[in-house]
Ligand binder design. Structure first.
Ligand code: XMP
Length: 517
């Protein structure tokens, strides 16, 4: 297994994802771990991440000494390269010229890391890689034993290697997709240089996880809040496979779900998979509590609090439950572990089924803690969940509550549900659903004049939203074909009585956010 030490880069997770894509297990830990920790981890290789990519703050962090004393290969990326150089006796200077974005690096000599990897060859026969750079400081003198691996005009030492010791370092970022051969570079490192076992596949994971859950839980009962989202659904399927009837899932209908969602969840989990499922219709309670509330954060808090209340009431009916299962996944774990994660300003207080309180006095069961989202999906398929559910777009915890701007009314939610279902249906029919990361309709509490047949209408407006993103931190609005937009608009206006105007949201994130509230 590979150990990734995080120096606070925003893209450290991507390193881990690339390594996992090569079917090698890896973990991300803070660069502040101790030498003992590293020895006990017994890594087959170590990767040192970059530092804050945008901030150019001076970092003084060093890798623990053990990193270079374990006799295992080490790859330094960006700041990781600089600290490797410094700690092994080289020199780093702050660059007068910052390099940010696309760059072409020339390769020097042959190393195992870049063997047979290049994007083009120049007239003089030199191999070049197209990469993504982001750095201010740079290595100006290599430590003893290192050879030059690559360079750019502004960064004469853009990569170096001491192949005898298995130490490699690159100033660019192989983990981001802009570095075209990045995935192969990381694959070369873990498979060819570290010789790690490519045995990290979801079939194996499922078998081991089932045994672990059985051993952990014994005869106890487990309760799980099922939202219908990917994470909680896969958690449910996995635990059900392990302990069957000892698991009870609770699904809360808050009145802010998508069209037929409750029925679909009941069909999949109760009818098809034979799970114990409690469905609570709490929509009246949610609507009453939200009556007249217009502030987005206040709405989120009410929805979150009520969910906890309803869930607790159900849990109280299952006194033999000793465990609370949650669909926590690896990015959540990295984030809460990350000593380096900077406190970001709260733009939206995201809530999902996660935040259940300790007052439940239940032990936590989190079988997906080690998995990235794409692995969770793979596991879901492995466990027999329908692909449509596993590859569904994300849906926020507060549901339609943040897609009805301002005060929420049942009438608005009903209109929105219908319009949204039409949009999604047409996206699927046009083969666009999987090409966008998230798509939905937003209800605007605004009335406008229209004409239908011979009559004047004065009805509501909705906006379509579709975005493409890989991390949901930034997003582009999707360039859906006009014909598709036209068809969706026609259908919504014709089929949903009460809506007479459809607009399309052409704002990116930033400066807009994906949801409207
Ligand atoms: P924004 O609107 O912040 O959304 O650009 C980014 C992603 O997060 C989802 N989202 C939420 N998810 N609870 C959630 O569980 C929330 O309160 C919440 N708000 C936004 C949003 O759907 C998008 O995928």
């Amino acid at each position: 297994r590979i150990l990734i030490l995080d120096f606070g880069s925003q893209v450290t997770q991507l390193i881990a994802r690339r390594v996992r894509e090569a079917h090698v297990y890896c973990e991300v830990h803070s660069c502040e771990v101790t030498d003992e920790f590293i020895r006990e981890f017994k890594p087959t290789g170590i990767i040192l991440s970059g530092s804050h990519m945008s901030a150019y703050e001076e970092s003084t962090d060093e890798a623990p000494k053990a990193v270079f004393e374990m006799g295992v290969p080490v790859l330094g990326i960006c700041y990781g390269m600089q600290t490797m150089a410094m700690q092994l006796g080289g020199k780093v200077e702050s660059g007068a010229q910052r390099e940010f974005g696309y760059a072409e690096v020339r390769e020097h000599g042959h190393t195992k890391l870049l063997e047979n990897l290049y994007d083009f060859i120049d007239d003089d026969g030199h191999n070049y890689l197209k990469v993504w750079m982001s750095h201010g400081d740079k290595v100006t003198q290599m430590p003893e034993g290192f050879k030059l691996m690559c360079s750019t005009p502004t960064c004469p030492i853009a990569g170096m290697a001491d192949e005898k010791r298995g130490f490699y370092a690159v100033q660019f970022h192989p983990e981001v997709t802009h570095t075209e051969k990045g995935r192969q570079i990381l694959e070369n490192f873990v498979l060819r240089i570290c010789k790690a076992n490519p045995d990290w596949v979801m079939g194996n994971f499922a078998v081991e996880a089932v045994e672990k859950i059985r051993a952990q839980v014994g005869e106890d009962e487990v309760i799980l809040g099922l939202s219908g989202g990917v994470d909680s659904s896969v958690t449910a399927a996995l635990i059900h496979k392990a302990i069957g009837e000892q698991l009870t899932c609770v699904f809360v209908d808050n009145g802010l779900l998508r069209l037929h969602e409750r029925e679909q969840v009941a069909q999949t989990f109760r009818e098809n998979m034979g799970m114990k499922l409690v469905v609570v219709d709490a929509s009246d309670r949610f609507m009453a509590a939200l009556d007249g509330v217009t502030d987005p954060e206040a709405k989120r808090k009410i929805i979150g609090r009520l969910f906890v209340e309803v869930f607790q009431e159900e849990a109280a009916k299952l006194p033999r439950a000793k465990w609370l299962a949650q669909g926590t996944i690896y990015p959540d774990v990295i984030e809460s572990n990350g000593a380096k994660t900077k406190k970001a300003q709260t733009i939206k207080s995201h809530h999902n089924v996660g935040g259940l309180p300790d007052t439940l006095h239940l032990k936590l069961l989190e079988p997906l803690r080690e998995l990235f989202k794409d692995e969770v999906r793979e596991l879901g398929i492995e466990l027999g969940l329908p692909a449509e559910m596993v590859y569904r777009h994300p849906f926020p915890g507060p549901g339609l509550g943040v897609r009805i701007l301002g005060a929420i009314k049942r009438e608005y939610a009903d209109l929105l549900r219908e319009a949204d279902a039409i949009f999604i249906e047409e996206l699927r029919a046009a083969d666009w659903y999987d090409k966008v990361s998230q798509a939905f309709v937003v209800f605007l509490p605004v009335k406008s004049v229209g004409v239908m047949g011979d009559g004047r209408t004065y009805d509501w407006v909705v906006s379509l939203r579709a975005v493409q993103t890989s991390d949901f931190m930034t997003a582009k609005w999707a360039h859906l074909p006009y014909e598709l937009l036209g068809k969706v608009s026609n259908r919504i206006i014709n089929e949903v009585k009460g809506i007479n105007r459809v607009v399309y949201d052409v704002s990116g994130k930033p400066p807009a956010t994906i949801e409207w509230e």
